[in-house]
Design a binder for this molecule. Structure first.
Ligand code: MIG
Length: 818
């Protein structure tokens, strides 16, 4: 450590003077600007710093590309931190907050450096990246030791180094490890070195693009697109979590989901009648399998037409929704973007859309019509605010019926009976949205963002129609920034061991691409029916993933959790139950994500970058994942095999989650047991758990439990609110931080002041009012403390008292400010 300077402000001046002096041979001047524009050889380059640690680079032939985006809000792009410019004949130096750039005047090659002057991304192409035909190919140096993550749920290898990937949203039924492209385009990645130092790159371009991480050319990163702007951001980290926060700063965070969406969700293509849906609900309750959601897939509709109901099969959706709600279950309905091309038939979605002129057309001015589930279909032009509004309003009926959430499928968009599996590229979109200049463009530009805009229309519509409720929207296709509107799942996986394992990597990479609230179809969607073992393992792991939804294709034998013999059903039940016991922990992780962009599900290195220094396979953590900051799940790397395996832990002294036993070493050899999923707890964790409920809507009977695992940085948090409304944004929530301190006499548990934000500004903390949340207050005021490893119950406490504990005794202390 350097001794801290007594006069930090005055140190900057001589440094600046020095820089100026260094360049003085050819120096023109030094200045401070809010963006920097430079032209060479007919190419214009612009550099700006929208936020500390983030540099934006745009480049175009003759002029800069349009400054507009589906991912980054206008306000975020408009924010500009000062750039200090110094120059000489060859190079320009731009220094911003926490990031800087060096640009070659002539070639426009732009090196991006971190705040300490270390090169993050060395550009090899400069202005030669632009091709005469409108596309471009950026090239940069990829450091040899770097690992690469992101690009959403693409398969291939978990670490993307050495791979190449294409962005083109595609319906990828029964995809496999080699399938690319898949459903989503999230052109963001993070490179991480072995010492945990990371940077990020986001190319904000919706056209078909490719990312090559040293596959074609060793240690060269190549990013190319067929059209659209050179418009990218470099994020300087330095830690992997910093990069994700910087990316969240650009593209936003997911809103806090309704708590019921974190419960178990049961789906199938399709529960075909009212009676069948009721039977599923009844069975879940009879089997004591906790659940919060039942989905209705396409067969509830009249002739597969979105926003209709087949009244023969579902005579009264409102009654059904209300009866399910009485059992603590909510209904989610699929609503696909393909509107049946059915003029003059009294189909309201078609008629209103045609009247408002919202459907996509071909260059000749006729509707584009493609075949999907309803047969010939037309498609809303979601790039127009007006069309999104029309779409959002279509949800009024279902919302009035008490439907709680919506599922946007097929929005790549997927089209049957054509080789391209999507609409022709010359379909004309008429962009009228945000700060885009109103203009017509081809589907080639809008294709990759179609799903994101579809889910945006749904989210904004539901928000408008039910302003104080949190929407739940699930989308299959999306683009960067789509986390602001919808949760997602990884599409049509298959019931195989390989998919079970690959699915975790997909979710981890999605989480490192802005999408935390995501899941895989539990049990597998397509292919052979899962064996009892595979289904059980999938429920075990699914219970620890953010979106916990069982789903399967049509015409398959049942694969609900009760299928099979009693032993398996009992194991699945125990894991679903554990999910509900851990709900306070899940909820706190979801809430953290909504503020910070740090995903709920994390690779170990995201929490503990030091593991990377241990080398191979991400320091032995490649098959593990963490939920939040504290729980490490370690499934077998070969889940189909009964063979022993070794779990490498980040350090000594982690705890076994199931027994509370503290491990002496930093690894453990295990023999797989179908009844068990190994989970470890970080020393220093405080995990809130609640008594078992069958639905998040039920009030747990009994006290909240705080499980305390003494160790360094011992802390945890309780976050609670009403679970469904936006009241939390007005301060109606409870947040309590808890710390523990070890001393020779025992463990001291400290409850910090409870907090809720003021309605605006959020700077001043104030106490939460007791009236709104009295139930919740009561529960949280009455808790049990369990201190591990002994698992001793230290206190049942109604009076918000902290305890001082050691092996033989404990004493209470009055808590400050409670
Ligand atoms: O062409 O709605 O990925 O989850 O069950 C298939 C029927 C359309 C694909 C989705 C899947 C859903 C199915 N859909």
């Amino acid at each position: 450590m350097r001794p801290s300077s007594p006069r930090p402000r005055r140190r900057a001046a001589p440094l600046l003077a020095l820089l100026t002096a260094l360049f003085s041979a050819g120096a023109l001047r030094a200045e401070t600007v809010d963006r920097f524009v430079l032209a060479s050889g007919g190419v214009v380059l612009e550099v700006s710093t929208p936020a500390s640690g983030i540099m934006r680079i745009r480049m175009g032939r003759g002029k800069l590309p349009e400054d507009a985006s589906w991912a980054v809000s206008a306000a975020t792009r408009a924010a500009r931190h000062p750039l200090h410019v110094s120059r000489n004949r060859e190079a320009l130096q731009l220094r911003g907050a926490g990031i800087s750039a060096r640009i070659n005047h002539r070639t426009l090659q732009t090196e991006v450096l971190d705040g300490n002057g270390k090169v993050l991304l060395a550009d090899l192409a400069g202005r030669s990246a632009l091709s005469a035909t409108g596309g471009f190919r950026l090239r940069g140096k990829l450091a040899g030791a770097d690992h690469v993550f992101g690009l959403g749920d693409k398969t291939g290898t978990f670490d993307r180094k050495g791979g190449a990937y294409t962005m083109w949203n595609s319906d990828a039924y029964k995809f496999n490890q080699a399938t690319d492209p898949l459903y989503k385009s999230i052109p963001f990645f993070m490179a991480v070195g072995d010492r945990g130092q990371a940077y990020g790159v986001f190319l904000d371009n919706t056209w078909r693009s490719t990312f090559d991480f040293g596959k074609t050319e060793r240690d060269v990163l190549a990013i190319s697109a067929e059209g659209g702007p050179v418009d990218y951001y470099v994020m300087s980290g330095p830690a992997p979590k910093d990069v994700l926060q910087q990316y969240a700063r650009l593209t936003g965070t997911a809103p806090l989901p309704p708590q019921w969406a974190l419960g178990f969700q049961q789906s199938k293509w399709s529960y075909k009648t009212d009676a069948e849906v009721r039977a599923i609900a009844q069975r879940l309750r009879a089997e004591r399998l906790p659940a919060d959601v039942i989905y209705m897939d396409i067969d509830y509709q009249d002739r597969a037409r979105p926003f209709t109901v087949n009244r023969n099969a579902f005579s009264d959706v409102r009654q059904l929704a209300s009866d399910l709600r009485a059992q603590g279950l909510r209904l989610v309905l699929i609503t696909d973007p393909h509107i049946a091309n059915a003029p003059g038939q009294g189909y309201a979605a078609y008629d209103s859309g045609a009247a408002q002129d919202v459907f996509l057309k071909l260059p000749d001015g006729k509707y584009y019509s493609g075949d999907v589930w309803p047969g010939a279909s037309v498609f809303p032009d979601f790039s127009r605010a007006k069309a999104r509004r029309w779409w959002g309003d279509l949800y009024a009926g279902f919302l009035a019926d008490g439907v709680a959430g919506f599922w946007n499928d097929m929005n790549e968009p997927s089209i049957f009976n054509v080789a391209s599996k999507t609409m022709p590229l010359d379909v004309v979109h008429r962009i009228e949205s945000d700060d885009f200049a109103p203009r017509s463009t081809s589907h080639a530009e809008l294709h990759n963002v179609y799903g994101q805009l579809n889910s945006r229309a749904t989210y904004e519509g539901v928000s408008r129609l039910q302003p104080d409720l949190r929407p739940f929207v699930l989308t299959r296709a999306t683009y960067a920034g789509g986390q602001r509107y919808a949760a997602t799942w990884t599409g049509d996986n298959a019931s195989s061991w390989q998919h079970l394992k690959m699915g975790i990597h997909q979710l981890l990479n999605l989480g490192m691409s802005g999408f935390s609230f995501a899941g895989n179809d539990v049990g597998g969607y397509a292919g052979e029916h899962p064996s009892p073992e595979l289904l059980t393992r999938w429920f075990q792991i699914g219970a620890f993933t953010p979106l916990f939804r069982a789903h399967a294709e049509t015409n398959r034998p049942a694969q609900e959790p009760w299928v099979g013999d009693a032993t398996h059903v009992e194991i699945r039940r125990r894991f679903i139950e554990e999910r509900y016991r851990l709900m306070p922990y899940f909820y706190a992780a979801a809430e953290e994500n909504s503020r910070s962009g740090i995903p709920m599900l994390r690779p170990v290195f995201l929490n503990i970058p030091q593991v990377l220094a241990k080398g191979d396979r991400l320091g032995g953590t490649e098959d593990q994942f963490m939920l939040g900051n504290d729980l490490l799940v370690a499934p077998s790397p070969t889940p189909e095999s009964p063979g022993d395996y070794k779990v490498e832990l980040p350090a000594k002294g982690w705890y076994d989650y199931w027994t509370g036993r503290r491990l002496a070493g930093d690894s453990e050899s295990l023999t797989p047991d179908i009844a068990r999923l190994p989970i470890y707890v970080r020393p220093g964790a405080i995990i809130p758990k609640q008594p078992l409920v069958q639905s998040t809507t039920a009030t747990p009977e009994g006290a909240l439990e705080l499980h305390i695992y003494p160790g360094p940085d011992c802390a945890g948090e309780i976050y609670a609110d009403d679970g469904t409304s936006l009241g939390y944004q007005r301060g109606a929530y409870l947040r309590q931080r808890i710390r523990c301190e070890e001393s020779p006499t025992g463990v001291r548990v400290v409850f910090e002041q409870r907090k809720a934000t003021g309605s605006r500004g959020g700077k001043r903390w104030r106490f939460m009012s007791m009236d709104q949340k009295s139930m919740l207050q009561q529960r949280v005021a009455w808790f049990w403390l369990r201190i591990w490893p002994a698992g001793r119950l230290m206190s049942k406490d109604r009076n918000r008292q902290a305890v001082m504990a050691n092996s033989s005794s404990f004493r209470s202390e009055k808590v400050l400010g409670a």
